[in-house]
Design a protein around this ligand. Structure first.
Ligand code: MN
Length: 302
């Protein structure tokens, strides 16, 4: 299933199932089908666990019946599937070898790989829509940069989750762009500030349940700026895979349903180019992951 949060002509925020080029609005579908599932938000659906998924999968099977209440995806405004996360987004830094190397040009002998995942977080107000504008606050930063990443959403919470059980705790996946103010990232030393400017975490376009992704390692990520390919890699290239990330993060730290973990970016970021290419007003950033969809965001100077 592909869960979306969207706003239609009524301007009411609602949840839906993405069915190709159409969205099945869930509040109406659940009512018509007479099933008892809290579909008030994608977060509520995630918290509903396996039973919610089972009941909503029944709606997918009967999608033909609900055709009359579907809306065309191009007539609504998609929001991030989880527009208001419970708490900060967990992120992994330096998780692709080539990205670590590009950050240390001319010093190949000094490149050392991390022994444990490097975690940081982004503030909740970074969350942005799949087609939302990204603020380039020119008074604050002149070095805004992109990072395409696979985001994992936790289903069943837990602490001290072992590698072997990690996927039991995954609800699903989406595309994310960990947009970063490089100047703030460096100046403040601790990464939080440079990673937490408003609108700098576009995510979506839908939350794809894990059953739709047979082997997450095979997914390819890519990112284009104004049509120019900048980043291209496979999830399999991550240094710490999803089970390693979940095991490490949940050690002594309780993960909750709806938590978002962004798993790191491959090489090709703008700051490592010669000369560096930072995002500027009017740029269109296209972040894509095979089978999950794409984010298309315009940079707007303010
Ligand atoms: Mn990142």
């Amino acid at each position: 299933m592909r869960l979306v949060t969207f706003v239609d002509k009524t301007t009411k925020e609602q949840t839906g199932l993405l069915l190709g080029e159409h969205i099945l609005p869930l509040a109406a579908a659940v009512q018509a089908a007479g099933i008892d599932v809290d579909v008030s938000s994608v977060l509520a659906i995630v918290r509903g666990g396996a039973e919610s998924i089972r009941l909503l999968a029944g709606l997918v099977a009967r999608a033909g019946e609900f055709r009359p209440i579907c809306v065309a995806v191009n007539t609504v405004r998609l929001l991030a599937p989880i527009p208001d996360p419970l708490r900060n987004i967990f992120c992994v830094g330096r998780n692709y070898v080539d990205h670590i190397k590009e950050g240390m040009p001319g010093k190949p002998s000094e490149v050392t790989l991390p022994e444990v995942p490097q975690f940081f977080t982004k503030a909740t107000h970074t969350v942005n829509a799949p087609h939302g504008d990204v603020r380039l606050d020119t008074a604050i930063t002149s070095r805004l940069d992109y990072e395409v990443e696979l985001a994992v959403v936790i289903g069943k919470g837990g602490r001290d989750i072992e590698r072997a059980q990690a996927f039991e705790h995954v609800f699903g996946y989406c595309v994310a762009n960990d947009i970063t103010a490089r100047d703030l990232q460096r100046r403040h030393e601790q990464w939080f500030k440079g990673k937490s400017l408003d609108s700098t975490f576009p995510m979506g376009p839908s939350l794809v349940t894990k059953d739709e992704v047979p082997d997450v390692r095979e997914l390819g990520l890519s990112l284009h700026v104004n049509g120019e390919l900048r980043q291209q890699a496979k999830v399999a290239q991550m240094i710490f895979d999803i089970p390693a990330i979940i095991a490490s993060l949940s050690a002594g730290l309780t993960l909750e349903a709806g938590d978002i973990i962004s798993t790191g970016t491959p090489s090709g970021v703008g700051y490592a180019m010669t000369p560096p290419h930072y995002l500027k007003h009017g740029d269109e950033v296209l972040a894509r992951i095979d089978g999950l969809g794409e984010l298309r965001n315009r940079v707007v100077a303010v």
